[in-house]
Design a protein around this ligand. Structure first.
Ligand code: HEM
Length: 360
């Protein structure tokens, strides 16, 4: 039996709550709209989120985020965008971290944090349930009781330890430092560190969830056994289109599996390990996959299902790298903002990211 779908809960709750015209209802409504408009459409979703949907863009950050969400601006930044530490910090090396000038510049502490981050690949916290007011990119993976221990988050313990060690090391220099931001910056740093990985625009300022609020409902994440329809439905309830889903699945170009099939523990999902390239798509859809790789059934389903097969095949073309990397970045950018209520209040720190490297 399929797990209860978030979208049905959203539909049921949405009607009743909308009558109260609450902010919460508006969020539910966005999910319903997204499901109706984008679930089966091709092209990236253009659904606005949170305060951008209810009040529009009222800050420069809000305007950039709005244009990316509406797909009128790229979600990537090129290598010319480089953060420069304030003059009073610049020549003090590691000592500059503990300075007034660095504390006064939101991106300064991040320019130090990215250094130890750049060898780890992180999986974003994706469980989100509007009905309990928690979930999304809010740090709940680490902060909400029991979320990390769930079967759907198996294998995440090491990343959690890393995140908490960085929070412990850096929070005295930036009291507002959140686990929610550490997870998201960790993911964009890791992505661009891989050759071929897009340099995805990176904002900070996400608040952490209150760990006392019940964690998001379980089974909001697809499993490796999920059908394409189930995967599309779970993602559509979070405003993602089919194009977004197929693009995001390409993250498995750099993944390994350990717990899905223990007999092949450590097996990668394509033959170009550590390279963020689109070869994963051709190798997953191949009738006879290359030796040594392990393809998730969920990815196989997406590569053959009538709703997603042509999208998958586009990315499987030999010249698809640029298109896929851009569309991956667009979908990932959306993923990194789910559940954040005040998008107008975020700060763009993209310049602290390592520089992008081409596919070899
Ligand atoms: C479409 C739905 C998805 C399913 C069903 C799925 C499933 C899985 C599974 C089963 C594993 C291996 C777990 C193990 O056996 O150790 C895995 C690993 C991974 N996935 Fe996904 N995934 C999905 C979407 C995503 C998305 C959207 C991203 C990122 C944008 C992502 C990034 C990763 C990464 C980075 C790993 C490797 C973790 C590691 O090496 O420790 N996945 N995924």
């Amino acid at each position: 039996m399929l797990p209860p779908s978030l979208s049905f809960a959203v539909l049921a709750l949405g009607t009743a709550v909308y009558a109260k015209a609450s902010f919460h209802a508006a969020l539910q409504d966005i999910h319903i709209y997204a499901r109706q408009q984008d679930g089966n459409a091709t092209g990236p979703s253009t659904v606005l989120l949170a305060d951008l949907a209810t009040g529009g863009a009222v800050t420069p950050s809000g305007e950039i985020i709005r244009s990316i969400l509406q797909n009128t601006a790229p979600a990537t930044v090129d290598n010319s965008i480089v953060y420069t530490r304030p003059a009073a910090v610049a020549n003090r090396g590691q000592g500059g971290l503990d300075s007034v000038a660095c504390r006064q510049d939101t991106c300064c502490v991040w320019s130090y944090i990215v250094a130890p981050m750049n060898t780890s690949v992180t999986v974003p916290d994706f469980a989100q349930d509007g009905s309990v007011g928690s979930g999304g990119a809010d740090g709940s993976l680490l902060l909400s009781a029991g979320e990390l221990q769930r079967s759907e988050n198996r294998g995440m313990g090491n990343y959690a330890d890393l995140m908490l060690s960085w929070r412990n090391a850096f929070s005295r220099y930036a009291p507002g430092l959140t686990v929610a931001d550490l997870i998201q910056v960790g993911a964009t740093v890791a992505t661009v560190t891989c050759p071929g990985g897009p340099r995805i625009r990176t904002f900070v300022g996400r608040p952490d969830v209150d760990g006392r609020i019940p964690p998001p409902a379980q089974h909001l994440l697809p499993s490796p056994d999920s059908s394409a329809a189930t995967i599309l439905e779970l993602f559509a309830a979070k405003t993602f289109s089919a194009t977004d889903v197929v693009a995001l699945a390409g993250a498995h170009t750099v993944s390994h599996q350990y717990v899905t099939e223990p007999r092949y523990a450590g097996a990668p999902q394509d033959t170009t390990d550590g390279v963020f390239d689109s070869r994963f798509y051709a190798e997953t859809e191949a009738a006879v996959p290359p030796a040594g790789i392990y393809s998730f059934q969920s990815d196989k389903q997406l590569s053959t299902d009538a709703a997603t097969q042509s999208l998958w095949s586009q990315y499987a073309q030999p010249d698809a790298q640029t298109k896929w990397a851009e569309e991956y970045a667009t979908a990932y950018f959306r993923l990194s903002l789910l559940g954040v209520q005040k998008l107008n209040g975020l700060t763009d720190c993209s310049g602290v990211l390592p520089l992008a490297k081409p596919v070899p």
